[in-house]
Design a protein around this ligand. Structure first.
Ligand SMILES: *Cc1c(COP(=O)(O)O)cnc(C)c1O
Length: 401
């Protein structure tokens, strides 16, 4: 080590995080992600903080497909796609994803983060206006910052799901060449759904392009898990959909942009994370493809997820909590102060239930919460056990009486 000052200043910042009780402790798992996991040092733990909405992380079809993909294609492309070649499984996956979300084409990336990051700067230019919901995911915020500095487009933010604010700000951008609206399909901290039909109407009124990040909705919303557009009956109307393969669709990694063939072709030519970074490893692509196929042939999984979520939401309300209203499997229980959320999460883990607490600045001051996420892999017993633990901890912390 050459620069000791550098390391000691990092150590000081970490100590400060610990003093402020916002330091994130990693928990190590010794078994696959599932309703229950084996947590190092703790044994069996019930998980209510995973995006494994459909239970695909350890689904045998999904795991086996990954093994076969590895055997057939080896470890990876060895370079970026346009230089070295793209595997046939990438093409198969991309057409399956496009079909799933209701677009002409799709293009995969090693993460939804990368998919989002490269997108805005690839479709916006100087003179364009890009506007984002205030609660959009960090990857969208960064994508817009990058686009602004690379292309000199202008950007704006509208208050969360405030359609009047969106209209007003678009009206102010009449002279822009392109107007682009960015929204999450499902907002992950609230578990709320974007007002998509209204956003589409506004886009028509103002000749805007709609880009929706459906990471928490793909496999989750809609009767057959095709996402927010299916939920509202507007499949095929959203110009651009981005999403992750790291949540409901197998939970490994990867993301994609879906839209017109010309859009995906443009991204192949111009999107920097596509041009300068490797493709999805074939084992991951194969597992994701198996996830899409499994989802298509097992719509009952989506129904079980929905039934579990409404059962849990009802039981938590009956226990006296006031979760944020919604129809997604994300059920945030507001507890107030950040320290209460962290305390509650620690006490639940001591009882063998893993739920993450979120406080300021991730959520507004005074609205700290423990965010429960329900999976199709939870049994009714699991959900009852979780409700009992949350109730007992809630009483101890005087969040409920
Ligand atoms: C999780 C998430 C991402 C990031 O997904 P990765 O594939 O893990 O990079 C992007 N956008 C939203 C809305 C998300 O919830």
């Amino acid at each position: 080590m050459i620069n000791k000052n550098f390391v000691s200043s990092l150590q000081a910042s970490i100590q400060q995080l610990k003093d402020e009780k916002v330091y994130k402790q990693l928990n190590y798992l010794e078994s696959p992600q599932s309703a229950h996991v084996k947590m190092e040092g703790r044994g069996d733990v019930l998980i209510l903080s995973s995006n494994n909405y459909l239970g695909f992380c350890d689904e045998p079809d999904v795991v086996d497909a990954g093994i076969r993909g590895l055997q057939k294609f080896g470890a990876g492309t060895g370079s970026v796609r346009f230089i070295c070649g793209t595997f046939t499984v990438h093409r198969e996956l991309e057409s399956a994803l496009a079909k799933l979300v209701g677009t002409e084409a799709s293009l995969t990336y090693v993460s939804a983060w990368n998919a989002n990051e490269g997108l805005t700067a690839s479709i916006a230019q100087e003179g364009d206006f890009v506007i984002s919901d205030a609660l959009n995911h960090a990857s969208i915020i960064d994508s817009m910052r990058l686009a602004k500095s690379i292309t000199k487009c202008t950007t704006g933010v509208y208050a969360h799901s405030d359609m009047d604010d969106l209209r007003t700000k678009l009206r102010g951008a009449k002279s822009a060449r392109r107007r682009i609206i960015w929204t999450d399909g499902v907002f992950s901290m609230e578990g709320s759904v974007a007002k998509l039909p209204e956003i589409l109407d506004i886009a028509r009124e103002h000749d805007a392009i709609v880009v929706m990040d459906d990471s928490h909705a793909t496999g989750v919303l809609g009767k057959t898990g095709r996402g927010t557009a299916e939920h509202f009956g507007v499949l095929g109307e959203v110009d651009i959909i981005t999403s992750t393969l790291g949540k409901a669709l197998g939970g490994a990694a990867g993301g994609f942009v879906a839209g017109a063939t010309a859009l995906c072709d443009t991204l192949t030519q111009r999107s920097r994370p596509q041009l300068f970074s490797n493709a999805l490893p074939p084992t991951v692509a194969s597992s994701a493809l198996a996830s899409v196929n499994f989802l298509t042939s097992h719509p009952d999984r989506v129904k079980r997820l929905r039934d579990n979520a409404s059962y849990f939401r009802g039981a938590i309300q009956e226990a006296g909590f006031k979760p944020l209203a919604g129809e997604t499997p994300i059920v945030p229980i507001i507890v107030g102060e950040t320290s209460a959320a962290i305390r509650m999460s620690d006490m639940l883990l001591a009882q063998g239930v893993f739920v993450t607490g979120f406080g300021f600045p991730v959520v507004p001051q005074g609205e700290a919460r423990v965010r429960c996420q329900i999976s199709a892999s939870h049994s009714r017993d699991d959900l009852d056990r979780a409700v009992a633990a949350i109730t007992s901890v809630g009483r101890q912390l005087r969040i409920i009486s």
